[in-house]
Design a protein around this ligand. Structure first.
Ligand code: SF4
Length: 352
């Protein structure tokens, strides 16, 4: 048995992991027409009904049988932690097997962004990341990924239908490829949430074959590459996956991804004081960014207890960004949100 997969359910499949096509297939087995799947999708994802009660255009017999065909249960929201400014909330969901998964909703003036997890823990052990310290417990199912979005949307009252979704929570999404793609396609369904592909960003530490596979999906998803270093020697230390797929291979795959999807790739660069924030790092990073359609996102390191790294001072973050600006096509410095509730980048992993 693959111990990294979610435990197989003994009952009916969970609704949130079913595409509309799969739901229609299940209903067809009961002699029901495909438009019933359209109606159920619309009730759940557009009118936000969480039980068959009140799905008034379904026959009573179907309403009564629906939960036997697909379970509508969402994971329990075990904890919601909010920052003092109420702009960031961290959600801890309790899954059916007792595993816990963390997700973060961040609001700015311009947009609402949901950051979801793809795995419980992570096997890749990037040396600055709290999730990496946990090791990998298991992959999430498509239903568990979709459920994180639904839980955060329910909490925010679905006021902002045009939210962004980033796979930057716990885990390496491209190491759980199939469930991640199933979840994206469910969320993208026009009769469901209808989340535009351009609003979804998949962040990877650099699983090169899966970047190439993602480029062939026919969806213009955003791709973020967790770069963090501009030499193989340093990246081998910070992101051990680099020993398998070094920078040249990773950047070639990222370049192809940008070419095939028409999207600029985001280069995520966590700034670690005295490690990768020197002048020569900025020069190399600028050269990398110029060589592919990209934008750079600088992330001042968010401290994790027990790890050796330090966050650079605001002055040195500023100096690094200024050094880059003339050399790179687009540079932003991520405004850190959620540090006080251990919800910032690299901090997910039971630290609350
Ligand atoms: S940074 Fe991402 S890939 Fe690396 S250990 Fe953390 S969760 Fe895993």
């Amino acid at each position: 048995m693959d111990t990294l997969s979610a435990p197989s359910p003994t009952g009916p499949p969970n609704f949130y992991g079913l595409s509309r096509g799969l739901l229609a297939d299940r209903l067809a087995g009961q002699g029901l027409p495909p438009y019933r799947a359209d109606q159920i999708f619309s009730w759940v994802y557009q009118k936000h009904r969480r039980s068959p009660d009140g799905m008034t255009n379904l026959p009573t017999a179907l309403r009564e049988r629906l939960e036997a065909l697909c379970e509508l249960r969402l994971p329990e929201v075990a904890t919601v932690l909010g920052t003092r400014d109420a702009l960031t909330h961290k959600f801890v969901l309790g899954l059916a097997d007792g595993a816990r998964v963390e997700s973060v909703a961040m609001r700015t003036e311009k947009r609402l962004t949901f950051c979801v997890s793809s795995q419980v823990g992570c096997a890749l052990k990037c040396t600055f990341c709290a999730t990496g310290l946990m090791g990998l417990q298991r992959n999430l199912t498509a239903a568990e990924i979709v459920a994180q979005v639904v839980a955060m949307g329910d909490f925010h009252g679905w006021q902002d239908d045009r939210f962004n979704l980033v796979f930057m929570g716990m885990g390496e999404p491209l190491a759980n490829y199939q469930p991640m793609m199933e979840a994206i396609r469910i969320l993208h369904d026009p009769l469901g949430i209808h989340l535009g592909a351009r609003r979804v960003t998949v962040s990877t530490s650099g699983i090169v074959p899966q970047i190439r596979r993602l480029a062939g999906e026919g969806l213009p998803l955003g791709l973020a590459v967790s770069l963090h270093a501009t030499t193989d020697a340093l990246r081998d230390r910070l992101v051990p996956l680099n020993r398998r797929w070094p920078l040249a291979e990773l950047l070639a795959a990222a370049r192809d991804y940008g070419r095939r999807t028409g999207r600029r790739v985001t280069l995520e660069y966590t700034l670690l004081a005295g490690v990768n924030d020197r002048d020569e790092d900025a020069v190399r990073l600028g050269a990398i960014a110029r060589d592919l359609p990209s934008k750079i996102n600088l992330i001042p390191y968010n401290p994790v207890p027990g790890l050796q790294w330090q966050r650079p001072t605001p002055e040195s973050v500023d100096a690094f960004a200024k050094r880059l600006w003339p050399m790179a096509p687009a540079v932003t410095v991520r405004h850190t949100q959620g540090g006080e509730i251990w919800a910032a980048c690299g901090q997910l992993g039971g630290l609350a």
